[in-house]
Write a protein that binds this ligand. Structure first.
Ligand SMILES: Cc1cc2nc3c(=O)[nH]c(=O)nc-3n(C[C@H](O)[C@H](O)[C@H](O)COP(=O)(O)OP(=O)(O)OC[C@H]3O[C@@H](n4cnc5c(N)ncnc54)[C@H](O)[C@@H]3O)c2cc1C
Length: 454
């Protein structure tokens, strides 16, 4: 038997035509779809799961702007709107370490539904992108797989907001993938019920943790120094004690991290404690293996919390995220790739589509925007090479490792998304290729939509 098969050619029904098609609905894709629709073009949003929101809703990542301090300078725009709308809908609570609100991962599903509906976006949930439709080197649509089989959707412009550059890579755009041994860890996230809020918070006040505590145990984190004394909702001691008592095996000294919000109803949410090195988010076997291992480690973490953390003796698992959380896979090799020097050095670009405060979190570096420092995000970092009519938003935009440690953050993904959405919409309206769209027209629409670009 050969080790491959050849699929027969087949006719695929065109189920829908649109002007701007966004694939993936995380902070990048949702912002892109809303921004494009508000620019006045027809927008369709394709998502493999049954809800919008990406990591916010599907993984349970609730800390949207936990970096925000008094002096932080922000882009505003749709990222800020996510927080404000969530607050107004009762789907956010004050965040413990910053001047921000923590999103409620369940409530945000409803917030996103409303935003999509109000903007007149055509939702196409439960569809997995599987192939681009190309006319030469121009993308003209996508093929999806779902319970309905294969379907074709045609579009004038496509925005790849899958996080993994799925569309770009399959369309033949050059991409880079971090080597597995260097990839940021994946995490199985969970929420707890049955926590005594008062006792938990008393325990936190009695032994407050700081960002310097992140450097105990398995990790060494480089800060700029100004972070070290600031409060962090860090949990490390219960797991070290559990290892000493034989409750957690010694080799699982990677269990540690942050809690998100504690609610009056006894829920302790956004438990970011399990870190799984070596998980390849583009390999289903790897994803499956680490989902199972992550759940096992989460239950050990809960046992340690029950034994050694004030207020948690009655805690129980409320839920895991719908899927494992992936931080790092492919990035496009863009027309311009952001660099470590850019994100550390307040880079300025003529084709800025928004600003992002100096917040770097990843690859062993933590810098918080406690000053007014910020950088520009250039449109060119979202333009893949070799494929026309395609733009990328979210964590797969072009950049090196430390640049990614900044641009992967959800508020940065929303800035990039809003820029990509407006660029795609303006290029449709003007009938000009994406790579040649006049930046002044894009920036004018960004400003009209409330984004700070300089
Ligand atoms: C455990 C964890 C904790 C984190 N903590 C924080 C934090 O506290 N603060 C912060 O700012 N950032 C945090 N991050 C980073 C942040 O969540 C991500 O980098 C960010 O969500 C990326 O946004 P995105 O829109 O690019 O992609 P995603 O949020 O991943 O959204 C991509 C969307 O595309 C969909 N999709 C993917 N492939 C396909 C396909 N083939 N067809 C159709 N749909 C598809 C997915 O279902 C998903 O909805 C964390 C990440 C993880 C994993």
């Amino acid at each position: 038997m050969p080790d491959f098969i050849t699929e027969p050619a087949r006719r695929v029904e065109v189920v829908h035509r649109t002007q701007v098609l966004v694939v993936g609905s995380g902070p990048g894709g949702l912002a892109a779809a809303l921004a494009a629709a508000r620019t006045g073009v027809e927008v369709t949003l394709v998502e493999r799961f049954g809800c919008f929101g990406g990591n916010i809703t599907a993984v349970g990542v609730e800390g949207f702007a936990w970096y925000r301090h008094e002096a932080t300078v922000e882009a505003g725009g749709i990222g800020r709107e996510f927080e404000e709308r969530a607050k107004a809908c009762g789907a956010a609570v004050p965040e413990s370490q910053s001047l921000s609100y923590e999103l409620d991962s369940e409530g945000f599903k409803l917030v996103a539904d409303r935003l999509v509906e109000e903007a007149g976006i055509r939702p196409m949930l439960h569809r997995l992108f599987v192939a681009p439709i190309l006319d030469g080197n121009r993308i003209v649509g996508i093929v999806t797989e779902s319970k309905a089989g294969r379907e074709a959707i045609l579009a004038e412009r496509v925005i790849d907001a899958t996080g993994d550059a799925d569309v770009a890579v399959r369309a033949g755009a050059p991409c880079v993938k971090t080597p597995i041994e260097d990839m940021q860890a994946a995490s199985v996230m969970f929420h707890l019920a049955g926590v005594d809020k008062r006792a938990f918070l008393s325990g936190v006040s009695a032994d407050p943790q700081t960002y310097a505590d992140w450097s105990t145990g398995e990790w060494q984190i480089e800060t700029s120094g100004k972070e070290d004394k600031l409060f962090s909702p860090f949990l490390g001691k219960p797991f070290a004690q559990a290892i000493r008592d034989g409750v957690i095996p010694a080799h699982l000294n990677t269990i540690a991290g942050t809690w998100g919000a504690v609610h009056d109803t006894g829920e302790l949410t956004y438990m970011n404690l399990v870190h799984l090195s070596g998980c390849d988010g583009t390999d289903p076997d790897s994803l499956g293996r680490f989902e199972i291992e992550g759940r096992r480690q989460a239950m050990l973490a809960i046992e340690a919390l029950r034994r050694y953390t004030p207020g948690c003796s009655g805690a129980r698992l409320r839920n895991f995220g719908m899927t494992i959380g992936i931080r790092d896979t492919r990035k496009i090799d863009a027309a311009y790739n952001l660099t470590e020097a850019d994100v550390r050095g307040e880079a300025r670009f003529e084709d800025s589509i928004g600003i992002y405060p100096e917040f770097i979190d990843g690859y062993g570096v933590l810098v918080l925007p406690t000053t007014g420092r910020y950088m520009h995000i250039p449109l060119r970092a979202m333009l893949p090479q070799g494929v026309d009519s395609l733009i990328v938003a979210g964590r797969a935009i072009g950049g090196d490792r430390i640049a990614h440690a900044a641009t992967r953050n959800m508020a940065a993904c929303a800035v990039a998304g809003q820029g990509a959405g407006i660029a795609a919409a303006v290029s449709v309206k003007l009938g000009q290729p994406l790579a040649e769209v006049p930046i002044v027209a894009v920036q004018a629409e960004l400003i009209r939509q409330g984004v700070r670009i300089h």
